[in-house]
Design a protein around this ligand. Structure first.
Ligand code: HEM
Length: 455
């Protein structure tokens, strides 16, 4: 090698190493490697991501900054990730300075193939318009109708009979699978007015549900790799990228059929008087006409938002109740007290029909137990946003424009708090204090923040 080239190389490496030593001293959090940043740790812990991030946060006192790409100019911008579980920071990001923290380009690129410009993958006007239309789906009247039409029917006619059959036969059930099927069917009903009946005797395989799951998993895998790498894999048609494109073809076919059928139904609606109030129909009835692809994404975003979140919460709830017989007894007592008042003393009449909306509304203890479940086992433990302009978080952390912030929910399980605390005080479902700081439930707060407009 020419001596001048060797000298140039040596100088460049020395400058890089000096820069790297300087930058890694500024960062707190997991170990960062030259060029690769914290990617090796991320990949090594990809199957325990939440626990890994929680460990890092615990070690850094609630907020840390790391870089996923230790390259000059990128490391303090696109490559920089601020991770925080500080409630004040979370409120600042999700509420106070909401406009400064949109989903951003990385998130959008990762989910574009699956979610298009749907509510989960858009910002600004596109997001706002979908949000306003979706809000109509969350009025008390519509929710009641949807409960009666989709949720109650599925629980009464399919979920309970499956449990009863298993009980009679003395067979175990996979509750996680049953709940996923239940919420999938419910959300499809709400989203596009069709119950795919994945929850049915024999638990049939549903190709749409399978394709949707595969596409979601493949999209999430993209997060682990730098954008350029997964884009290369997509271009070369390698690994999960093949699964993604195949699954999307199926999802597209399925939803195209749903949309075409709905178009015909809406045209004939005035004749048969059968009004559709699902989300898809709401968009289709608007003055503007939307492409089939946009309508598909509207439905898919809704399914992604509502399905796993609610089934995971229900699953953890039942698991916690099984662990805590005192809580179970209190929940049952409360239900009995309400039913005694609304349906009289004839206990046999209590099980004729599922609970009415007004009856559910009076179950204060049950609602508290559900909130506590979400605090201990949040359905959405991580949420990532993009920083539009330079900002300083309430705990003093400077976040530069172009970087990203990840809010992490770890007030409950992440800190290793005992799940028994759910029944610790007998009559009150106590939230254990977290260093005396902040509200007890970030999960609940986030849901309140997200859904308060819809209430
Ligand atoms: C236990 C259940 C649920 C939890 C824990 C939960 C939590 C969340 C969280 C954390 C977000 C993201 C907020 C953000 O990025 O700023 C979100 C967004 C959303 N959720 Fe829920 N959710 C639940 C159930 C549902 C259900 C059942 C539906 C629909 C039927 C739904 C529809 C949505 C939609 C459409 C969004 C996107 C809102 C937006 O970007 O404006 N969620 N939810």
């Amino acid at each position: 090698m020419d001596a001048s080239i060797a000298l140039l190389l040596f100088t460049a490496i020395t400058i890089y190493l000096l820069w790297f030593t300087f930058i890694s001293r500024l960062l707190r959090g997991p170990r960062v490697w030259a060029l690769l940043g914290s990617l090796p740790g991320l990949i090594e812990n990809s199957d325990r991501m939440h626990e890994w991030i929680a460990d890092n946060l615990r070690a850094c006192g609630g907020t840390y900054q790391t870089c996923i790409c230790a390259i000059p100019f990128l490391a303090r911008k696109q490559g920089l990730v601020t991770v925080t579980c500080d409630p004040k920071n979370l409120e600042h990001i999700l509420k106070t300075r909401f406009d400064n923290y949109p989903k951003g380009p990385t998130w959008k690129a990762v989910f574009h193939d699956l979610l298009g410009q749907g509510i989960f993958n858009s910002d600004g006007d596109t997001w706002l318009f979908q949000r306003k239309t979706a809000a109509l789906e969350f009025t008390t009247r519509t929710l009641r109708q949807a409960m009666a039409r989709w949720v109650n029917r599925a629980i009464k006619l399919r979920f309970c009979p499956i449990l009863e059959t298993a009980q009679l036969r003395g067979e175990p059930v996979d509750l996680q699978d049953l709940l996923l099927r239940l919420t999938f069917d419910n959300i499809c009903g709400l989203a596009f007015g069709k119950d795919p009946q994945t929850l049915a005797p024999g638990l049939p395989n549903n190709s749409f549900a399978v394709a949707f799951d595969r596409a979601t998993e493949a999209s999430l895998q993209r997060f682990i790799l730098p954008e350029v790498l997964w884009k290369l894999k997509k271009w070369l048609r390698l690994g999960m990228e093949v699964t993604l494109s195949r699954s999307l073809v199926y999802v597209d076919e399925y939803l195209s059929n749903v949309i075409n059928t709905r178009k015909l139904e809406l045209m004939g609606q005035q004749k048969d008087g059968n009004a559709h109030d699902d989300l898809l129909s709401r968009f289709m009835k608007k003055k503007e006409s939307y492409s089939d692809s946009f309508l598909q994404h509207v439905a898919l975003n809704f399914i992604l938002a509502g399905r796993d979140t609610s089934s995971a919460a229900l699953c953890w709830f039942l698991w916690l109740v099984i662990q805590n017989p005192i809580v179970e007894e209190k929940i049952l007592n409360e239900i009995c007290t309400v039913l005694m008042e609304t349906r009289g003393e004839d206990v046999s009449s209590w099980v004729d029909e599922l609970l009415e909306f007004e009856e559910v509304d009076r179950l204060i203890y049950l609602k508290a137990a559900l909130s506590e479940t979400l605090r201990l086992y949040p359905s959405v433990p991580e949420d990532s946003k993009h920083v539009v302009t330079d900002d300083v978080l309430p705990d003093g952390t400077f976040v530069p424009a172009g970087s990203s912030v990840t809010s992490e929910d770890m007030l409950g399980e992440g800190l290793g708090l005992s799940t028994n605390e759910v029944d610790s005080s007998g009559s009150v479902i106590a939230a254990p204090a977290h260093n005396g700081a902040g509200p007890p439930s970030r999960a609940k707060d986030v849901i309140d923040v997200v859904h308060e407009v819809w209430a």
